[in-house]
Design a protein around this ligand. Structure first.
Ligand SMILES: Cc1cc2nc3c(=O)[nH]c(=O)nc-3n(C[C@H](O)[C@H](O)[C@H](O)COP(=O)(O)OP(=O)(O)OC[C@H]3O[C@@H](n4cnc5c(N)ncnc54)[C@H](O)[C@@H]3O)c2cc1C
Length: 289
């Protein structure tokens, strides 16, 4: 790997100054995307290793939710008992990434910042109302993850800014989530389509505050707000599931490529939306949330 420069800041301010001084500088978390990009000939500027900044490698729980440091390796997240208990769908999305070896290095922050339309954790972040904590030369700002990705490889990060953490509010009682994807091969592939659902059940067992997000079928993963509105207070029966699939298909803007045609992806995203909703509901009913 022909890296010219490497810096290891130990504070957010030091990192922000490094990014501001060198517009080509690149945050290094696990490096699992950077390595591939460098090998593909993409110029990689100064690597700013963010893993030694306090908080970037920490998972912190509070009465309000969880703060996941932007560089925490995925393996540490899947080993976190509370994350498994409260956000099983996010954990299953993380477990989709690559392999055990890749998960021991890669981060959810890197998965988001890399801004691949097929990033497997993004739909699960969207349905769990994740907020991006961003630090730059002007200090800290917070942004819902719904606004973070602008297109393939593009984020809202401005010159000098980097992601320090993702925060997720605690889910209310009787709510759980699920995430699914389809890949053309059985191992190590990129999603042809992926989807996540977070849903609550009211006392009657009907949908409450359902959230559906889809990915790999458009330039960015998207939350589909109409899904929650349309299914509010209704049982998740055959009709509701068909409407959910139709909403997912309508929101999808897939492309044709070696992983599937437009038509195939549009069909699959509807199926994934339905199955993720059923899985999340079953988790609530079993008390897995
Ligand atoms: C073999 C293999 C299989 C894979 N399989 C999958 C898969 O199934 N699903 C999937 O979604 N992905 C997959 N990936 C992609 C990859 O592992 C993820 O995108 C990973 O989560 C990126 O995290 P990282 O910490 O390695 O990021 P890095 O490679 O360190 O960084 C990725 C990008 O994000 C930027 N970045 C990182 N952290 C920050 C920050 N804190 N602030 C600002 N910018 C930042 C970097 O500058 C870089 O541009 C695979 C990769 C490999 C090599």
């Amino acid at each position: 790997m022909a890296i010219q420069n490497y810096s290891r800041p130990t504070s957010e301010a030091e990192a922000a100054a490094l990014f501001a001084a060198d517009p080509g500088a690149c945050a290094l978390a696990g490096g699992t995307d950077i390595l591939i990009q460098e090998r593909a000939g993409k110029p990689v500027g100064t690597l700013v290793d963010v893993k030694h900044i306090p908080g970037l490698m920490e998972i912190a729980w509070s009465g309000e939710g969880v703060r996941i440091g932007a560089a925490v390796p995925c393996a540490a997240l899947t080993a976190d008992a509370r994350l498994n208990e409260l956000f099983p769908g996010l954990v299953e999305a993380i477990e989709l990434i690559g392999s055990v070896q890749i998960q021991s290095r890669c981060s959810v922050g890197g998965n988001l910042c890399n801004a691949s339309p097929a990033a497997d954790t993004t739909p699960a972040l969207l349905v769990n109302l994740a907020t991006a904590i961003i630090v730059g030369p002007k200090g800290e700002r917070q942004l819902p993850v719904t606004e973070f990705t602008k297109g393939p490889g593009k984020t809202v990060l401005r010159s000098g800014e980097f992601l320090t953490a993702l925060t997720l509010p605690l889910p209310e009682p009787n709510r759980s989530d699920a995430a699914l994807r389809l890949i053309p091969r059985t191992e190590m592939d990129i999603a042809a389509a992926n989807a996540a659902v977070s849903l609550g059940l009211d006392e009657a067992g009907h949908c409450s505050g359902l959230r559906l997000a889809i990915g790999a079928v458009g330039p960015t993963a998207v939350l589909i707000p109409e899904a929650g509105a349309q299914l509010e207070g209704r049982p998740l029966d055959e009709n509701a599931l068909e409407e959910l699939a139709e909403l997912a298909r309508a929101a999808a803007q897939p492309i044709d490529d070696k992983r599937g045609t437009v038509e195939y992806r549009r069909h699959v995203i509807g199926v994934l939306a339905q199955r993720a909703a059923v899985k999340a509901k079953q988790r609530v009913e079993r008390g897995d949330e």
